[in-house]
Design a protein around this ligand. Sequence first.
Ligand SMILES: Cc1cc2nc3c(=O)[nH]c(=O)nc-3n(C[C@H](O)[C@H](O)[C@H](O)COP(=O)(O)OP(=O)(O)OC[C@H]3O[C@@H](n4cnc5c(N)ncnc54)[C@H](O)[C@@H]3O)c2cc1C
Length: 325
Amino acid sequence: MSSATEPEPAQLLVGSQVIGLRGGETVLEALERSGFDAASGCRAGTCCKCMLRADNPPPESQRGLRPTLRHAGYFLACQARPTGTLRIDQGEAPPTLQARVQRSEVVAQDVRRIFLVTAEPLEFRPGQYIEIFHPSGATRSYSVASLPADGVLELHVRLVPEGLVSGWLHGLEEGDSLRLRGAFGQCFHVADDERKKLLLVGAGTGLAPLLGIARDALEQGHAGAIDLVHGGLAPERLYLRDELSALASRWPNLRVHHCVLKGATKREHEGSLDEVAIRLSGPLGDTRAFLCGDAGVVRLLQRSLFLAGVPSGEILADPFEAAPV
Ligand SMILES: Cc1cc2nc3c(=O)[nH]c(=O)nc-3n(C[C@H](O)[C@H](O)[C@H](O)COP(=O)(O)OP(=O)(O)OC[C@H]3O[C@@H](n4cnc5c(N)ncnc54)[C@H](O)[C@@H]3O)c2cc1C
């Protein structure tokens, strides 16, 4: 008869299959022994090819992973030796939902801020992105600027010349309906160190995820300094300035900076976004950076901030790559 104190057997649950773990065996070894075609590489916790997801992975199997991956339950199967039951997530597809346009407003020459209400609640972390279905079936990704508590999904959509989905979204009116699915992405705030310095940098509509991440961190009580640097080619390309100023007045640890490549007025810094961000933020050793927007700019920021001292594991990036056409 089993007693209440008897330890739980070390085992894996993969769908309906139960795999008992042999003494000292890793999750990767147990999966291979049971005939699963598990991806693997270095087997030393470095290459990350064997990464899987579960609700409660052993902490040592998450060492070295980015904070958002740890938070989402990712772990390295080659380093995991569970002592109880570990249910491996088999990656259910995020739901597809019906939504309608609540409001759409022009915020810059080529940017609209579009508010959507979904028919059912969508689970997301501010800064993640959703995929919008065009009537043709094509999908494009857009980052969420709002918080779940807002009850709406706020998107910032730049009109791309000849763009299929951005052009269609810019033409939608209040009450129009659309389909979306999500949420995706690993660029969001994790409240694992409330004093850490946060540096949020992005150009153009890269502001959308950064706004969501900044608000989320502040609402969760982040106490460390938060620097948000929004860049654009010229002053008229920057948007939501009043809203950002109001946010910074409400939260003393938030500083908002604007940066343009040329033609700066008294309200903006002038220069390359990476150089301005590094100059404004001071020592970067204990910093977590969030970089969003145009893919080329994000790659430049990643390189420059790493060279300036931000640890690579603390750089969370969301490059807005164009969809293949
Ligand atoms: C993770 C992620 C998050 C994103 N979040 C946002 C967001 O919050 N706001 C937002 O506005 N966009 C965002 N994007 C970009 C968005 O998904 C679309 O790629 C963009 O709106 C263009 O789609 P389209 O259908 O209008 O243009 P398409 O029909 O796909 O492209 C039309 C033409 O423009 C070119 N093109 C497309 N994008 C660009 C570009 N950026 N620069 C130069 N040429 C381009 C294409 O190669 C093609 O020749 C995000 C992308 C990703 C991957």
